[in-house]
Design a protein around this ligand. Structure first.
Ligand SMILES: [Ca+2]
Length: 202
Protein backbone atom coordinates (compact mmCIF):
# COMPACT_ATOMS: atom_id res chain seq x y z
CA UNK A 1 0.00 0.00 0.00
CA UNK A 2 2.91 2.37 -0.68
CA UNK A 3 4.15 4.76 1.96
CA UNK A 4 2.19 4.07 5.14
CA UNK A 5 2.84 7.58 6.42
CA UNK A 6 1.22 9.17 3.41
CA UNK A 7 -2.32 10.39 4.04
CA UNK A 8 -3.16 10.49 0.36
CA UNK A 9 -5.03 7.73 -1.37
CA UNK A 10 -3.03 5.77 -3.90
CA UNK A 11 -4.04 6.47 -7.50
CA UNK A 12 -4.74 2.83 -8.08
CA UNK A 13 -7.14 2.50 -5.15
CA UNK A 14 -8.83 5.76 -6.01
CA UNK A 15 -9.50 4.64 -9.58
CA UNK A 16 -10.72 1.28 -8.34
CA UNK A 17 -13.19 2.84 -5.90
CA UNK A 18 -14.40 5.47 -8.36
CA UNK A 19 -15.19 2.73 -10.82
CA UNK A 20 -16.92 0.43 -8.35
CA UNK A 21 -18.91 2.89 -6.25
CA UNK A 22 -21.01 6.00 -6.75
CA UNK A 23 -18.52 8.24 -4.92
CA UNK A 24 -16.50 11.08 -6.41
CA UNK A 25 -12.77 11.64 -6.01
CA UNK A 26 -13.42 14.54 -3.60
CA UNK A 27 -15.74 12.45 -1.42
CA UNK A 28 -13.33 9.52 -1.34
CA UNK A 29 -10.37 11.73 -0.40
CA UNK A 30 -12.36 13.40 2.39
CA UNK A 31 -13.48 10.04 3.76
CA UNK A 32 -9.97 8.70 3.63
CA UNK A 33 -8.74 11.57 5.80
CA UNK A 34 -11.52 10.92 8.35
CA UNK A 35 -10.92 7.18 8.22
CA UNK A 36 -7.22 7.62 9.03
CA UNK A 37 -8.08 9.99 11.88
CA UNK A 38 -10.41 7.39 13.42
CA UNK A 39 -8.22 4.42 12.55
CA UNK A 40 -4.60 5.54 12.36
CA UNK A 41 -3.55 1.99 11.49
CA UNK A 42 -5.71 2.16 8.37
CA UNK A 43 -7.61 -0.96 9.37
CA UNK A 44 -10.55 -1.78 11.65
CA UNK A 45 -10.32 -5.02 13.60
CA UNK A 46 -13.27 -7.28 14.28
CA UNK A 47 -13.09 -6.34 17.96
CA UNK A 48 -13.18 -2.61 17.22
CA UNK A 49 -16.14 -3.18 14.92
CA UNK A 50 -18.01 -5.14 17.59
CA UNK A 51 -17.20 -2.37 20.03
CA UNK A 52 -18.86 0.20 17.78
CA UNK A 53 -22.01 -1.91 17.66
CA UNK A 54 -21.96 -2.55 21.39
CA UNK A 55 -21.82 1.18 22.11
CA UNK A 56 -24.94 1.80 20.02
CA UNK A 57 -27.02 -1.03 21.51
CA UNK A 58 -26.63 -0.86 25.27
CA UNK A 59 -29.98 -2.65 25.81
CA UNK A 60 -29.34 -5.57 23.51
CA UNK A 61 -26.62 -8.02 22.50
CA UNK A 62 -25.35 -7.02 19.06
CA UNK A 63 -22.15 -9.10 19.15
CA UNK A 64 -23.36 -11.90 16.92
CA UNK A 65 -24.94 -9.58 14.39
CA UNK A 66 -21.84 -7.37 14.31
CA UNK A 67 -19.78 -10.51 13.64
CA UNK A 68 -21.94 -11.42 10.64
CA UNK A 69 -21.90 -7.88 9.28
CA UNK A 70 -18.13 -7.75 9.68
CA UNK A 71 -17.76 -11.03 7.79
CA UNK A 72 -19.92 -9.71 4.94
CA UNK A 73 -17.71 -6.61 4.69
CA UNK A 74 -14.36 -8.38 5.08
CA UNK A 75 -14.08 -9.31 1.41
CA UNK A 76 -10.64 -10.91 1.60
CA UNK A 77 -11.44 -12.57 4.95
CA UNK A 78 -8.29 -11.41 6.74
CA UNK A 79 -10.14 -10.36 9.90
CA UNK A 80 -9.61 -6.64 9.26
CA UNK A 81 -11.52 -3.99 7.33
CA UNK A 82 -9.34 -1.75 5.24
CA UNK A 83 -10.42 1.48 3.57
CA UNK A 84 -11.50 -0.22 0.37
CA UNK A 85 -13.73 -2.69 2.21
CA UNK A 86 -15.11 0.11 4.36
CA UNK A 87 -16.08 2.19 1.32
CA UNK A 88 -17.60 -0.74 -0.55
CA UNK A 89 -19.63 -1.58 2.57
CA UNK A 90 -20.82 2.02 2.79
CA UNK A 91 -21.64 2.00 -0.90
CA UNK A 92 -23.67 -1.21 -0.73
CA UNK A 93 -25.54 -0.61 2.51
CA UNK A 94 -26.37 3.05 1.98
CA UNK A 95 -27.19 2.67 -1.68
CA UNK A 96 -30.55 3.95 -2.85
CA UNK A 97 -30.64 0.94 -5.14
CA UNK A 98 -32.49 -1.98 -3.59
CA UNK A 99 -30.43 -4.26 -5.81
CA UNK A 100 -27.18 -3.25 -4.05
CA UNK A 101 -28.67 -3.67 -0.62
CA UNK A 102 -29.98 -7.09 -1.50
CA UNK A 103 -26.64 -8.24 -2.89
CA UNK A 104 -25.20 -7.31 0.47
CA UNK A 105 -28.09 -9.00 2.32
CA UNK A 106 -27.40 -12.18 0.36
CA UNK A 107 -23.74 -12.09 1.42
CA UNK A 108 -24.85 -11.55 5.01
CA UNK A 109 -27.14 -14.59 4.93
CA UNK A 110 -24.69 -16.81 3.04
CA UNK A 111 -22.75 -17.46 6.23
CA UNK A 112 -20.33 -20.04 4.82
CA UNK A 113 -19.95 -18.15 1.54
CA UNK A 114 -20.76 -21.12 -0.69
CA UNK A 115 -23.13 -19.16 -2.93
CA UNK A 116 -26.44 -20.46 -1.58
CA UNK A 117 -28.48 -19.91 1.56
CA UNK A 118 -29.56 -22.87 3.69
CA UNK A 119 -32.28 -22.86 6.32
CA UNK A 120 -29.62 -23.05 9.04
CA UNK A 121 -28.08 -19.87 7.72
CA UNK A 122 -31.43 -18.08 7.78
CA UNK A 123 -31.87 -19.22 11.38
CA UNK A 124 -28.37 -17.98 12.33
CA UNK A 125 -28.95 -14.48 10.99
CA UNK A 126 -32.50 -14.20 12.30
CA UNK A 127 -31.26 -15.23 15.77
CA UNK A 128 -28.56 -12.57 15.60
CA UNK A 129 -31.19 -10.00 14.57
CA UNK A 130 -33.35 -11.01 17.52
CA UNK A 131 -30.48 -10.41 19.91
CA UNK A 132 -30.47 -6.82 18.68
CA UNK A 133 -34.12 -6.24 19.61
CA UNK A 134 -34.66 -5.26 23.25
CA UNK A 135 -36.87 -7.80 25.07
CA UNK A 136 -39.61 -5.20 25.58
CA UNK A 137 -39.85 -4.62 21.83
CA UNK A 138 -39.83 -8.37 21.09
CA UNK A 139 -43.11 -8.63 22.99
CA UNK A 140 -44.75 -6.28 20.51
CA UNK A 141 -43.97 -8.47 17.49
CA UNK A 142 -46.78 -10.24 15.62
CA UNK A 143 -47.61 -13.70 16.97
CA UNK A 144 -46.33 -15.56 13.90
CA UNK A 145 -42.89 -13.91 13.97
CA UNK A 146 -42.15 -13.32 17.64
CA UNK A 147 -39.40 -15.94 17.96
CA UNK A 148 -36.31 -16.50 15.75
CA UNK A 149 -37.71 -19.93 14.78
CA UNK A 150 -41.06 -18.55 13.65
CA UNK A 151 -39.48 -15.69 11.75
CA UNK A 152 -37.01 -18.02 10.00
CA UNK A 153 -39.87 -20.39 9.11
CA UNK A 154 -41.87 -17.52 7.68
CA UNK A 155 -38.97 -16.50 5.42
CA UNK A 156 -38.28 -20.10 4.42
CA UNK A 157 -41.93 -20.79 3.60
CA UNK A 158 -42.16 -17.66 1.50
CA UNK A 159 -39.50 -19.12 -0.78
CA UNK A 160 -41.48 -22.38 -0.80
CA UNK A 161 -38.46 -24.38 0.28
CA UNK A 162 -38.25 -27.81 1.83
CA UNK A 163 -36.10 -28.31 4.92
CA UNK A 164 -32.87 -29.17 3.05
CA UNK A 165 -33.37 -26.96 0.01
CA UNK A 166 -31.15 -23.96 -0.76
CA UNK A 167 -31.86 -20.45 -1.99
CA UNK A 168 -29.68 -19.14 -4.84
CA UNK A 169 -28.68 -15.47 -5.09
CA UNK A 170 -30.92 -14.55 -8.04
CA UNK A 171 -33.89 -16.26 -6.45
CA UNK A 172 -33.25 -14.49 -3.14
CA UNK A 173 -32.96 -11.03 -4.68
CA UNK A 174 -35.98 -11.48 -6.94
CA UNK A 175 -38.12 -12.89 -4.15
CA UNK A 176 -37.31 -10.08 -1.73
CA UNK A 177 -37.74 -7.40 -4.39
CA UNK A 178 -41.20 -8.70 -5.18
CA UNK A 179 -42.40 -8.82 -1.59
CA UNK A 180 -42.15 -5.97 0.93
CA UNK A 181 -43.16 -8.24 3.78
CA UNK A 182 -40.17 -10.53 3.21
CA UNK A 183 -37.91 -7.51 2.79
CA UNK A 184 -38.99 -6.43 6.26
CA UNK A 185 -38.45 -9.92 7.70
CA UNK A 186 -34.91 -10.42 6.41
CA UNK A 187 -33.50 -7.12 7.61
CA UNK A 188 -32.62 -5.22 10.67
CA UNK A 189 -32.71 -1.50 10.08
CA UNK A 190 -30.56 -0.22 12.91
CA UNK A 191 -27.23 -0.42 11.05
CA UNK A 192 -28.47 2.53 9.03
CA UNK A 193 -28.76 4.50 12.26
CA UNK A 194 -25.17 3.55 13.06
CA UNK A 195 -24.05 4.86 9.71
CA UNK A 196 -25.95 8.10 10.24
CA UNK A 197 -24.18 8.53 13.56
CA UNK A 198 -20.83 7.78 11.99
CA UNK A 199 -21.56 10.34 9.30
CA UNK A 200 -22.51 12.93 11.92
CA UNK A 201 -19.07 12.45 13.43
CA UNK A 202 -17.41 13.34 10.12
CA1 LIG B 1 -24.28 -20.92 2.37
Amino acid sequence: MGNSKSSALSKELLEDLKMNTKYSEAELSAWYTTFLKECPSGRISKEQFEGIYASFFPNADPTEYARHVFRSFDLNADGMLDFKEYIIALHLTSSGKTMHKLEWAFALYDVDGNGTISKNEVQDIVKAIFNMIPVEDQKKLPEDENTPEKRADKIWNFFQKKENDKIAEGEFIQGVMDNKDVLRLIQFDEPKKIQDKLKEKQ
